[in-house]
Design a protein around this ligand. Structure first.
Ligand SMILES: [Zn+2]
Length: 301
């Protein structure tokens, strides 16, 4: 008698629970896994690494990164301005693990594995901003030939502030999906040279010893795009700025991800080892903007 009542009671509870449960499972919070990985790494070697907050995003979440190393020169890696480009987050995570084993002498590396949190959780290129609108985070920075922003998103404003406050000297921004490692300028102009073309060629060469990816000027190798992070930090501050387009797909399988890591983590390390210890001095843009080139921006990398 008692057992039967108990079964009835639990089956009543299960029914209540079924009514209360949402009809569809919630999207998995993939960003939470990235956060806990960074916390785990920092906890393993608290004298070497710490979790840092870049700022808050429109998702209401804090954008976090991990600082690894104790050197005075501060460099930065940021991945996943485009939320669907999860391969870039995997390479950033792998680079962080490599630095935990062997930091770069004289440097502190800030790794931000995910900038666009809402896009990353939804597998979507664009980031949801205020009033639910969608923005391309890597067209949201000020630039000498214009921008789709600037700073419609809290995430891009937070990263710009962080670069300024921390005095970042060198930067790699990671994307997928057509293999290339490139340098400024990358916006709508034909005046693509900077006074540092030779130095930039040396850096992209260092970055691609293993990958053999195509290298060169951003506009020549990819296409012109206005309002990108990589141009902004060089133009505004003289940060040595390299863009990585990793691998061959926006949806690499685990083997392809492992290959992207194998090919690019040594190059990232070598590139930062060879990056000057001070920012560039001559980083103004003195050329001419060509607005008709804006039409070439495909918004797919
Ligand atoms: Zn991208």
């Amino acid at each position: 008698m008692y057992a039967k009542t108990g079964i009835l009671f639990f089956s009543f509870l299960a029914t209540l629970n079924a009514w209360a449960a949402p009809s569809l499972p919630a999207a998995p919070d993939k960003y939470e896994k990235i956060r806990s990985l960074m916390n785990d790494l920092a906890a393993q070697k608290p004298d070497l690494a710490r979790v840092v907050t870049i700022g808050e995003s429109d998702s209401g979440r804090a954008i976090e990164g991990i600082a690894i190393g104790t050197g005075p020169v501060k460099n930065l890696v940021v991945a996943t301005h485009h939320g669907n480009e999860y391969g870039s987050t995997e390479v950033a995570k792998a680079f962080a693990s490599s630095l935990m084993e062997q930091p770069i002498l004289g440097q502190t590396l800030y790794i931000v594995p995910v900038l666009n949190i809402s896009g990353y959780n939804q597998g979507r290129r664009y980031e949801t901003g205020k009033d639910g609108s969608s923005y391309d985070a890597n067209r949201d920075y000020p630039g000498p030939c214009g921008s789709e922003g600037p700073f419609n998103l809290k995430s891009t404003a937070a990263l710009a502030r962080f670069v300024e406050q921390e005095g970042i000297v060198g930067s790699a921004t990671l994307h997928t999906y057509s293999p290339a490692v490139v340098y400024p300028w990358g916006f709508s102009t034909r005046d693509l040279s900077t006074p540092y073309d030779d130095l930039y060629k040396m850096l992209v060469q260092a970055a691609t010893v293993e990958s053999k990816y195509e290298t060169g000027n951003s506009t020549e190798v990819i296409y012109a795009a206005d309002g990108t992070y990589e141009d902004y930090v060089f133009w505004k501050h003289g940060v040595w700025s390299i863009l990585f387009e990793l691998g061959y797909s926006h949806s690499p399988n685990p083997n392809a991800v492992a290959e992207m890591i194998r090919l690019n983590v040594p190059g990232l390390r070598r590139m930062f080892e060879q990056t000057p210890r001070e920012r560039a001095e001559r980083h103004d843009f003195t050329g001419k903007c060509l607005p008709r080139l804006k039409a070439l921006d495909r918004h797919d990398e």
